[in-house]
Design a binder for this molecule. Structure first.
Ligand SMILES: Nc1ncnc2c1ncn2[C@@H]1O[C@H](COP(=O)(O)OP(=O)(O)OP(=O)(O)O)[C@@H](O)[C@H]1O
Ligand SMILES: [Mg+2]
Length: 244
């Protein structure tokens, strides 16, 4: 199976990227039986934390920017088929490294190195259109873009699509997904109705509780609506990847 990389990305912060990245990676590894790597590229390390892992050394920046061994940082998780490349705070200064002329393709090179080891690489990104985002758009096969159910999200999505059109020839494809949906709210229902084709992740106490249980929903609450929503998202991602 050809290795494919997916970035969970949004211009806006706090929209559920890390929750989606962790659960998507878990679904890929378990229901999908794909050899999966969750690559945490956000200095806050939320995805790393949610899987109950911790960085062993503050070397993520050096490894990602190409100054230290990259594969050495990969850790196994307690789930079959799921490895994690943890984030640490050194990543806060990754931007400057990536701006250097000889580092333009460094993420692409890392992914190439992982090709024989993994089927799917899910990347949890920090928010915002940064150098890192630019390098990622050149390297990944798909962007999953979580949107809060508000008309403002549509503008953020348009900005992302504009950026990809202007600077990346319209690639990679973007899969927008509603995040933190509360169907009791009129605004949420109306916003969702404007794009009935998009998948939605519900606002769920079980997802919030991930920060306490430090486990993917597929493991802690496999029969929940939230778990089914992540499974549906995983299928949609997989369908899109196999089509390419
Ligand atoms: N579907 C959901 N239902 C309930 N709470 C959620 C849901 N998704 C995320 N959360 C909670 O909302 C907060 C933000 O989520 P998360 O960290 O996944 O967002 P993010 O986009 O990764 O944020 P950042 O931009 O800071 O990286 C967290 O406290 C998380 O537990
Ligand atoms: Mg995050």
């Amino acid at each position: 199976m050809a290795m494919k990389a997916v970035a969970v990305f949004s211009i806006k912060g706090g929209v559920g990227k890390s929750a989606i990245a962790v659960n998507l990676a878990h679904a890929a590894a378990t229901s999908g039986a794909r050899r999966t790597l969750l690559w945490d590229l956000d200095a806050q390390g939320a995805a790393t934390y949610l899987l109950e892992l911790a960085p062993r050394a503050k070397k993520a920046r050096a490894a990602v920017s190409g100054d230290a061994s990259f594969e050495e940082l990969i850790q196994t998780s307690r789930f079959a088929n799921l490895d994690v490349l943890p984030a640490d705070r050194s990543l806060r200064r990754l931007e400057g490294d990536l701006a250097l002329a000889d580092r333009q393709k460094v993420l692409k090179k890392h992914l190439k190195l992982l090709e024989s080891r993994y089927d799917r690489i899910i990347i949890d990104c920090p928010p915002g259109l940064s150098e890192l985002a630019d390098r990622l758009f050149r390297a990944v096969d798909l962007v999953v873009a979580p949107l809060l159910p508000s008309p403002l999200s549509e503008r953020a999505l348009e900005q992302l699509l504009d950026e990809l059109r202007k600077n990346h020839g319209g690639k990679p494809p973007v899969l927008p997904v509603w995040s933190m949906v509360d169907r009791r709210k009129r605004l949420h229902r109306d916003t969702l109705a404007s794009h009935p084709d998009r998948l939605a992740i519900p606002y769920a106490a079980a997802i919030e509780a991930m920060a306490v249980k430090r486990m993917p929903i597929g493991a802690s609450a496999p029969m929940s609506e939230a778990s089914r929503a992540f499974a549906a998202l995983w299928s949609a991602v997989e369908m899109q990847l196999l089509r390419q």
